[in-house]
Design a protein around this ligand. Structure first.
Ligand SMILES: Nc1ncnc2c1ncn2[C@@H]1O[C@H](COP(=O)(O)OP(=O)(O)O)[C@@H](O)[C@H]1O
Ligand SMILES: [Mg+2]
Length: 598
């Protein structure tokens, strides 16, 4: 499995980019034709100017001159029109591909397994989705435009010059190699400083974002001064690269004037001799100078374009790397299965290790378990014993290493993921709320939910009383990650979200850890109603949460060490009974402390 550090080969990145270009080949074919037409018209203009001046010089009749001027105007207009058309085409195609890549990345990200998100940093993924896509768009737009058009223009202009006068043409071209060198150095410097500016901006926005999210911690540790200094240092670096960029950009017009000046000087000297010797018409002098100016700008920006293309290619490599990450679990092709699944669950001798943990102890070993439809399983055990892991195997978030899992009598590998996940709702240990309204958070799994369904889901999760106290009730926007709510309210919102789906199978992973014992008891009572007719897996570190379950398993170090009902397990006097008495003591102590505090 390749981590973010391992880079994909350039060939693979270019092949992928080629695929996008190929899909838009219609665009590119027309664009190429337009480019040829543009270059033809553009290089014809100096010849027409020379021709017109020649007519004036020779004292030809004015209608002949007027006709020539007419041609000149027509060709100039045509070239402008074709230029507009071809640029629009290539820039639109670049936007189209940018749009396609962005959609592809997003869909891909949603298919990637959780192990991917453990390996990759969010900032890195974000920057590939924003900065790298941008760089690829520039490569496909300005980059491709110049890389294709400039050589064509060169060939056309040089052949035109040679056709006018071979000697002058060769002499005029002399300073170009030197100029290309200067332009490259300059282009690299512009590129380097604009990159540094971008990175500086990204660094500052990261710092800003982190400080704002962690402002409570910053203040609590009185670190305002230190964070401000760090910010100022980053800001200083940004300022430095920005001033360098300004300098490099300001140098551009100055350097751009050097080449045509030098080349014009050569035309004056060499061309002058040719004219005196009668080997060249006076008018051709103007033709040459115009050609020189035609070539100046494209030559000059070539250095920048090359740097841009290199950066675009590197960015495409980074995007390719992201898109090459394998979705670990996907339906095998041609899989047809039930639309929804029945609620009975069976684990047969399941052993599981997290991806990338080869050689370490498995997180689950030899787990055998049968949960009849409509019953409740309680899972308890110490921290790290594998409770959450067991819960995550039911919606097929991971592939098991050994053994089999059956849902509704079917092997889990034969059930389409969509059907499976439609029938199962998981309330994870760490719930996540989106910065939407409370109602939208609850209805997340059923986008067209009736308001009534939201209300009853909220009631089932004992959330309804809290809602009355929120400023806008169910329309309250809960803030980023739900900062507006308390920990217990967030957990109950997540529970309501799961209930709104009306799943066959409901999995609660330590959901009530952040609510007090009294609320827990209320929710338990309410949940008894919700649990009816559903298969429920209640994972908890607290024994009190599972005491009413039809079946309880105790996990230790990935193995089931005890199983049975509450009363039997208590009598057995093993790990379960020990956990229960420890927790009862804790609860009593907490009660006593609360009593004293009162
Ligand atoms: N995403 C993961 N990648 C690798 N190891 C993990 C991952 N999640 C949990 N583990 C490991 O698996 C074991 C069981 O974890 P978990 O199921 O979360 O325990 P519990 O929920 O009982 O506290 C622990 O040793 C933990 O470190
Ligand atoms: Mg857990």
């Amino acid at each position: 499995m390749s981590g973010p550090a391992a880079s994909r080969p350039l060939r693979s990145a270019l092949r992928r980019l080629g695929g996008y270009i190929n899909r838009n080949r219609g665009f590119y074919a027309i664009w190429l034709a337009a480019t040829l037409a543009y270059v033809a018209a553009f290089t014809a203009i100096p010849r027409l100017v020379g021709h017109t001046i020649g007519l004036v010089d020779a004292g030809r009749p004015s209608d002949e001159i007027a006709a020539s001027i007419g041609w000149l105007v027509a060709v100039t207009l045509a070239s402008a029109l074709v230029r507009f058309f071809s640029r629009t085409l290539v820039f639109n195609a670049a936007r189209e591909i940018e749009y396609e890549i962005r959609n592809d990345i997003f869909e891909h990200l949603e298919r990637l397994p959780q192990s991917f998100y453990a390996r990759w940093r969010t900032g890195d993924i974000m920057s590939r989705c924003v900065n790298d896509i941008n760089a690829v768009r520039l490569l496909l737009g300005v980059g491709l435009l110049n890389i294709v058009q400039t050589p064509i223009l060169y060939v056309a202009v040089i052949s035109m010059m040679l056709a006018v006068n071979v000697k002058v043409a060769l002499m005029v071209l002399l300073p170009y190699p030197l100029f290309i060198l200067i332009a490259r150095t300059f282009g690299r410097s512009v590129h380097r400083w604009s990159l540094a500016t971008q990175e500086g901006l990204a660094d500052l926005s990261n710092q800003l974002q982190e400080t704002i999210s962690g402002i409570a911690v910053v203040k609590a540790y009185a670190m305002e001064g230190v964070t401000a200094e760090r910010f100022a240092a980053g800001n200083q670096r940004l300022f430095h690269s920005q001033t360098r960029l300004v300098r490099a950009n300001a140098a551009m017009p100055a350097i751009v004037m050097l080449l045509p000046a030098a080349a014009t000087l050569i035309v004056l000297v060499v061309g002058g001799q040719e004219i005196v010797a009668g080997r060249m018409a006076k008018a051709d002098f103007f033709t040459f100078v115009m050609y020189i100016y035609n070539l100046t700008f494209p030559t000059f920006i070539m250095g920048w374009v090359v740097a841009l293309a290199q950066r675009g290619a590197a960015s495409m490599q980074r995007i390719d790397e992201l898109l090459s990450e394998q979705p670990s679990i996907a339906d095998p092709p041609g899989l047809t299965g039930p639309e929804t699944v029945r609620g009975d669950i069976e684990f047969r001798n399941v052993t599981f290790r997290y991806p990338g943990q080869d050689g370490r102890d498995p997180a689950l070993r030899g787990v055998d378990l049968t949960i009849p439809a409509g019953t409740t399983l309680g899972v308890v055990g110490p921290v790290g014993s594998g409770k959450s892991t067991l819960a995550s195997l039911i919606p097929h978030l991971y592939e098991v290493e050994d053994g089999q899992i059956f849902i509704g009598g079917d092997d889990i590998n034969r059930i389409p993921l969509a059907a499976l996940r439609r029938s199962i709702a998981v309330v994870p240990q760490e719930s996540f709320l989106f910065s939407m309204s409370l109602a939208q958070n609850i209805a997340f799994g059923v986008p067209n939910a009736e308001p009534q369904a939201v209300l009853s889901a909220a009631a089932g999760a004992q959330l309804d009383k809290d809602v009355d106290e929120l400023p806008n009730g169910y329309d309250t926007v809960v803030g980023e990650r739900g900062v507006m709510l308390s920990g217990g309210q967030r957990q109950r919102t997540a529970l309501a979200r799961a209930l709104a789906v009306r799943p066959q199978i409901l999995i609660l992973d330590d959901v009530l850890s952040a609510v007090d014992a009294e609320t827990e008891a209320d929710i338990q009572r309410e949940l008894a109603e919700v649990f009816r007719g559903r298969t429920v897996v209640v994972v908890s570190s607290r024994v009190s949460a599972v005491r009413n379950a039809d079946q309880i398993v105790v996990l230790d170090d990935g193995r089931i060490v005890e199983r049975g009902r509450h009363a039997a397990l208590m009598r057995q006097g093993g790990m379960y009974a020990r956990l229960a008495s420890e927790q009862a003591e804790e609860e009593a102590l907490r009660g006593a402390v609360a009593e004293v505090a009162r």
